[in-house]
Design a binder for this molecule. Sequence first.
Ligand code: 4AD
Ligand code: MG
Length: 447
Amino acid sequence: MINSLLAMTKNMHTTVSDIRGHVGEEVELKGWCYNFRSSGKIFFLQFRDGSGTVQVVYSKAELPPDQWDLLDQLRLESSVIVSGVVKAEPRSPSGFELTGTFFQPVQIAEEGYPIGKKEHGPDFLLDHRHLWLRAESQWAVMRVRDRIITSTFEWFHENSFVKFDTPILTPTSCEGTTDLFEMDYFAEEGQAASKAYLAQSGQLYLEAGIMSLGRAFDFGPVFRAEKSKTRRHLTEFWMMDAEAAFVEHEGNMAIQEALICRIVEDVLKHCQAELKVLGRDTAPLQKVKAPFVHLTHKDAIVKLRELGSDIGEMDDLGADDETLLTQQYDKPIFLERYPAVVKAFYMKRDPQDETRVLNNDLLASEGYGEIIGGSQREDDYETLMKRIAEHNLDPKPFDWYLDLRRYGSVPHSGFGYGLERIVAWTCGLHHVRETIPFPRMVNRITP
Ligand code: 4AD
Ligand code: MG
């Protein structure tokens, strides 16, 4: 049934991505008018259908007069059905052109499509995000995003990780309490009304998952009420958390390295046209190959100070420090063993230096900075209880999490990536606001 439906839609019309197989044939395409110009006798229609863009060239002498009149009424972003004979055209970006034989509007767009071909400021574009998504650059970004998601799922499934869905409504925090979105929640049986929080990461639940599945990953929206108005911060973003039993700190980094290499390789392999639209210089991405650079936090601080930063010995790195550091290397950097005081309660301490944890951030090259945060987890019940107390957290909501250390605890590690930061890096975009269909930031929740 589904197959015959698919065949039916294929017979009904072709797509731009398919025309290469139809040179010399007449095809019908359905989509939108991206741009047009007319010389009075020849009409050039820039046609897009989601799968790609192609130029359709109509000649007044060849087209029925009623259809030529309709072309005269055409406006930007009108929906249209076109037919034409496919011709190889080396000068066109798609490599093809259509000699138009038929034109029919589906809906003539209203006059004054808000997004012209001139430059617009970021606020104007974000106010019109629902339309801006149709621009070729945004089309390209969304396709790269889709590729990264696909490659992530493929790589994990090829490596015995199981997709495990973690909740969004949670009774407690995962990454500290300063940036939690809080909401009222129903009372549990016999209790007063309670609070719920939007998940900052699925990690803690994933730790429960791997005690059943061995290796697991989640993928979904997470929320941070961060007041940061930087080019790297959203209040809602998509995170992939991965977790593996019997994997320690070094193994955890090896998994991250292999995943990131695969993602970049696939983007280079499958998204050449998109990267071209975005004007992305792919040379730096070609260099993203194992082994990545490894630096301890301690060594990084020394280096940063040499480079002029005033960062303190036990400080977390700021965005500027990350940018500075990544500019010294042409590969991503594993920044390891941070001071425990700047990191989360669940991270296992470094046995060689108890003031530090067995964690890593992964910094993307070319100034992009942190794309992954990960660590080995504290697996001892008593120690974890102590950490919860040290972080001034109420142990009660963590009772279930502590059970994982009571019943068959094992060494384990995991990490989480921020999808939008990886999209920004691979696409060469300055700001993460363009990497998600509808960005949510401190000062924006519309459209
Ligand atoms: O480093 P983070 O906070 O790590 C965690 O949440 C861990 N629980 C993950 C784990 O071990 N399973 O966040 C992970 C990644 C960051 O490296 C960054 O790429 C991204 O999420 N990220 C953000 N992206 C956009 N906007 C924000 N406000 C972000 N905060 C973190
Ligand atoms: Mg982090």
